[in-house]
Design a protein around this ligand. Structure first.
Ligand code: NAD
Ligand code: 0WE
Length: 257
């Protein structure tokens, strides 16, 4: 059993009980970590409180809209007051304008849409790391969530694929920067999972079906699969792993026709 006793973890990205961040929060809690959960806006606060009720230790719950530098600074100040230092950061947030997540990539991508997708889905991870660097303990571990659309063209994923490519490169540069402080940075590239972020995406059910038929494990991925890998990556069992994108996708990424 992996123990995260005496570790403090910040988890960003809970929007429902199905969120990948919800599953990761539960697995870190089970391993004994103390949690800090954030919510993007007041509409989502009750969802985060619901997750908090399922945890064995009552978490601190704080607001953070990743589009705001002031929010990120405020988050660090609040956490510093309660805990001084932290050990783990889980970044499980992404956003692109819905109109840009379908149809022809070049026709539907705008300057503003490109900027928003990159700002929330990639830049925000480094913004958080920069803000928290001074209060992250040595042997700390940061993780984020990516998708195969970063390296292959996935129909309709469009600008999000470009933003995830940026995120995965960001992970490498962040790992090189934070390596000096013995802090590790990795991404999990998850297979498709039916969460809020996947709802209303045209062709999503088809993607699930194709993965279940063609992946080596002949199945889809659960939030638990991702949460278990997250637990490994933030634990000292993964002390030699940094700057990587680990696929948790039932092996789908290795397959061709
Ligand atoms: P989700 O909708 O439950 O979570 C997305 C989260 O992003 C939400 O909590 C939302 O509040 C947050 N977010 C968006 N804009 C934000 C902002 N400005 N400030 C703060 N938070 C913001 O969906 P999910 O599937 O759990 O997504 C989590 C991560 O996993 C995302 O990075 C997503 O790209 C990635 N991912 C999802 C899948 C999938 O198929 N569901 C597969 C691979 C990777
Ligand atoms: O990363 C994602 C989704 C991220 C996402 C989802 C939304 C929906 C609501 C980012 N921004 C928004 N903006 C919204 O307004 N995934 C990996 C899930 C996903 O999304 C797709 C997929 C898959 C898989 C979009 C098109 C095609 C496949």
């Amino acid at each position: 059993m992996i123990s995260l006793k005496n570790k403090i973890a910040l988890v960003i990205g809970i929007a429902s009980d199905r969120s990948i961040a919800t599953g990761i929060a539960k697995s870190l809690d089970k391993a004994g970590a103390k949690l800090i959960l954030t919510y993007q806006n007041e509409k989502l606060l009750s969802r985060v409180e619901k997750t908090a009720d399922d945890l064995s230790t009552k978490p601190v719950i704080l607001p953070c809209d990743l589009s705001s530098d002031a929010n990120i600074t405020n988050l660090r100040e609040q956490i510093e007051r309660t805990y001084k230092n932290i050990d783990i950061i889980v970044h499980s947030a992404a956003f692109a304008q819905r109109e840009e997540l379908s149809g022809n990539y070049l026709e539907n991508t705008t300057r503003e849409g490109f900027k928003i997708a990159h700002e929330i889905s990639s830049y925000s991870f480094s913004a958080i790391a920069k803000e928290f660097r001074a209060i992250i303990n040595p042997e700390g571990s940061l993780i984020t969530l990516s998708y195969i659309g970063a390296s292959r063209v996935v129909k309709n994923y469009n600008i999000m694929g470009v933003a995830k490519a940026s995120l995965e490169a960001n992970v490498k540069y962040m790992a090189a920067s934070l390596g000096e402080d013995n802090i590790r940075v990795n991404a999990i590239s998850a297979g498709p999972i039916k969460t809020l972020a996947a709802s209303g995406i045209s062709g999503f059910s088809e993607i699930l079906k194709i993965v279940s038929e063609r992946s080596p494990l002949k199945r889809n991925i659960s939030v638990d699969d991702v949460s278990n890998t997250a637990l490994f990556l933030v634990s000292n069992l993964a002390n030699g792993i940094t700057g990587q994108t680990i696929y948790v996708d039932a092996g789908f990424n290795i397959v061709s026709v």
